[in-house]
Design a protein around this ligand. Structure first.
Ligand code: NAD
Length: 484
C-alpha cells in the first residue's frame, strides 16, 4: 500500500494552500535507512515551484495572514501545537521511518515540535516596541515588524525540531514561509503542513517545496522575493547560502555544524556525568549538530572515565529504528560511507569501546558500529572534524588552562559543557568556553525550546529558539512623529 502522510500523498508541494505536483512533474525516491527499501516518491521541486511558492507567500503577506493580529497568529500556532500532540505517534513513526531515528527519540522530537508551537503561540503578542524620550515636540516609538517572506532550508537530522524553532518563530512574527526540507527526509515537513492547514493557517502563509539542494534549495536562497533566510546544515552549503543572501542584501541565520566538547574535571560527579557523556555522542546515531564528539578528561579521573564510558559503549545495541534500539541506522548509505571513512582514519588510535549491530539487522540498512576512541591527540582529524556519526574521542588534559585551550581549539563553537563541583571554576569555564551555549554539570539542558541557540565561528551566526528568535525573524522600525 502506498505510503501517505496524514492522508496526503507525499509527492506534492504545498503552494498557496494547494497540494500540487511539481511543475517539472519529477519525483525523488525516499528510502528507509533501516533496511534500504523504497518508502515513497517525493516531489522534486525546482526553481519554477520556488517562484510559485514565493509568490503565494507574498500574497499571504499582503492578504489574510498579513492582516492577522498577533493574538490571532498565536491562536493558530497554539491550535497547531495541539494537533501535533494529537498526532504525536503518527509523526514519530514517520520520522523513525524516514530518518532512521529510534522511536523513543522520534517521539521526543514530535513532543518538542508541539512545545515550539505552544511557546511561539504564546510569544506572538509579547514582543513590544519602546517609546523613546526625545526632543520636545516629538513622540518616538519602535515597532517590530515581520521581514515579509522568509526562506527556510533545513537538514534531515531533526526535521521536526528545526521546523518548530525556525518556522514557528517566523510565523509568530507574521512572516510568510517557504520551507525547503531535506531530500533525505521530508515526511514530517509534509505532515506539519497538513496539520497547519487543519489549524486554520491561511493559504500561502506556509509553503513547502521538497527537492534537491542544488535545485530547489539554491533557487530559494537566490530568490529576490525572499527577505530573510534561515539555513540549518553544513558549513559548505551555509557559505553558499550566505553568498546568495549577500547578493540581495538580506539577513541570514546560519545554524551549522559543531565539534562540541564536554570537559570533565577531577572533582566532577562522574556518576552523574556518565549518561550525559555517552548519550550526547550517540543520540540520533551521532547525527546531531550539538553532539559532544570530544570528551576532555582531567588526568586524575581519566582512567575511571575511559573505563566507564567504554563499558557503556560495549553495551550499546544498534538496529532498526522501529525496534527502538539504543542507536538506529545513519540516514543514508552515503552518510554511512562518510562515517566509515572517519573510522578508517582512526585505525592507529586506541579503540576503548564499541557497540554492536544486532545480528538480524537488515543487510540494506545504513548501520555503523558506535566507536569510542581514547588518548586522541587534540589535533587529530577525529578530534577536529565534524563526523556526524556515533563516534566520540576522549582527550586527556592536565589543568584548567590546557582544558580551555583544547576545548576552544577547533574552528567551531556551537555548544560546550564543564563538569566540576568547584563553583568559581564553573563561572570561569562558562566565560572561557567559546560556544553559543554552555552547560554546567549537564549537557543539552533537555533540549530547551526556551533557550536561545546558535553558534560562533564555523558553527554559524544568529540565534534561533527561545524569545531571541523573535528578534531574528523581525525587523525594527523607528517612528519619530513631530507634533509641536
Ligand atoms: P546540507 O548542508 O548538505 O543540507 C542542508 C539543506 O541544504 C538540505 O535541505 C539541502 O537540500 C540544502 N542544500 C544543499 N545544497 C544546497 C545549495 N547549494 N543551496 C541551497 N540549499 C542547499 O546538510 P546536511 O548534511 O543535510 O545536514 C548536516 C549538517 O547540518 C551538519 O553539519 C550539522 O551539524 C548541521 N546541523 C546544524 C544544526 C544547528 O542547529 N546548528 C542542526 C542540525 C544540523
Amino acid at each position: 500500500m502506498a505510503l501517505t502522510v496524514l492522508g496526503q500523498s507525499p509527492d506534492r508541494c504545498l503552494i498557496g494552500g494547494n497540494w500540487v505536483a511539481p511543475i517539472g512533474a519529477q519525483t525523488l525516491t525516499l528510502r528507509n535507512p533501516s533496511d534500504g527499501t523504497t518508502l515513497c516518491q517525493i516531489a522534486r521541486g525546482t526553481a519554477d515551484d520556488i517562484d510559485a511558492a514565493v509568490a503565494a507567500a507574498e500574497a499571504a503577506r499582503s492578504g489574510d495572514w498579513g492582516r492577522a493580529t498577533a493574538a490571532e497568529r498565536g491562536r493558530v500556532l497554539h491550535k497547531l501545537g495541539q494537533l501535533v500532540l494529537d498526532h504525536c505517534e503518527e509523526l514519530a513513526r514517520l520520522e523513525a521511518l524516514d530518518v532512521g531515528k529510534p522511536l523513543t527519540q522520534a517521539r521526543a522530537d514530535a513532543t518538542a515540535l508541539a512545545r515550539y508551537m505552544e511557546f511561539y503561540g504564546g510569544a506572538a503578542d509579547k514582543l513590544h516596541g519602546q517609546t523613546i524620550p526625545y526632543l520636545d515636540g516629538y513622540t518616538v516609538y519602535t515597532l517590530y515588524e515581520p521581514h515579509g517572506v522568509t526562506g527556510h532550508i533545513i537538514p534531515w537530522n531533526y526535521p521536526m525540531q528545526i521546523i518548530g524553532r525556525s518556522v514557528g518563530a517566523a510565523l509568530a512574527m507574521g512572516n510568510a514561509v517557504v520551507l525547503k526540507p531535506a531530500e533525505e527526509a521530508c515526511l514530517t515537513a509534509i505532515a506539519f503542513a497538513v496539520l497547519a492547514q487543519k489549524a486554520g493557517l491561511p493559504d500561502g502563509a506556509l509553503n513547502v517545496v521538497p527537492g534537491l539542494g542544488e535545485e530547489a534549495g539554491a533557487a530559494l536562497a537566490n530568490h529576490s522575493g525572499v527577505q530573510h533566510l534561515s539555513f540549518t546544515g553544513s558549513v559548505g552549503v551555509g557559505r553558499k547560502v550566505q553568498q546568495a543572501a549577500a547578493n540581495h542584501i538580506v539577513p541570514v541565520t546560519l545554524e551549522l555544524g559543531g565539534k562540541s566538547p564536554q570537559v570533565v574535571f577531577d572533582d566532577a560527579d562522574i556518576e552523574a556525568a556518565l549518561p550525559f557523556l555517552v548519550n550526547a555522542g550517540i543520540q540520533n546515531a551521532g547525527q546531531t549538530c550539538s553532539a559532544a564528539s570530544r570528551i576532555l578528561v582531567q588526568r586524575g579521573v581519566y582512567d575511571a572515565v575511559v573505563t566507564q564510558m567504554a563499558a557503556a559503549y560495549d553495551s550499546l545495541r544498534v538496529g532498526p529504528a522501529m525496534d527502538d534500539f539504543d542507536v538506529g541506522p545513519l540516514v543514508s548509505s552515503r552518510q554511512k560511507e562518510i562515517v566509515t571513512g572517519f573510522l578508517d582514519q582512526g585505525q592507529g588510535l586506541v579503540k576503548a569501546g564499541q557497540g554492536q549491530i544486532v545480528a538480524d539487522a537488515p543487510a540494506g540498512g545504513a548501520y555503523v558500529t558506535p566507536t569510542l576512541f581514547a588518548d586522541v591527540p587534540p589535533d587529530h582529524a577525529l578530534a577536529q572534524d565534524e563526523i556526524f556519526g556515533p563516534v566520540q574521542t576522549i582527550i586527556p588534559f592536565e589543568d584548567e588552562a590546557e582544558a580551555i585551550a583544547i576545548a576552544n581549539g577547533t574552528r567551531y563553537g556551537l555548544v560546550a559543557s564543564c563538569w566540576t563541583e568547584n563553583g568559581a571554576r564553573q563561572m570561569r569555564m562558562a566565560r572561557a568556553l567559546r560556544a553559543g551555549q554552555v552547560f554546567v554539570n549537564n549537557y543539552g539542558a533537555g533540549g530547551g525550546v526556551e533557550l536561545p541557540f546558535g553558534g560562533t565561528g564555523l558553527s554559524g551566526h544568529g540565534r534561533e529558539k527561545g524569545f531571541a528568535a523573535l528578534y531574528g525573524f523581525s525587523t525594527l522600525k523607528t517612528v519619530a512623529a513631530r507634533h509641536g
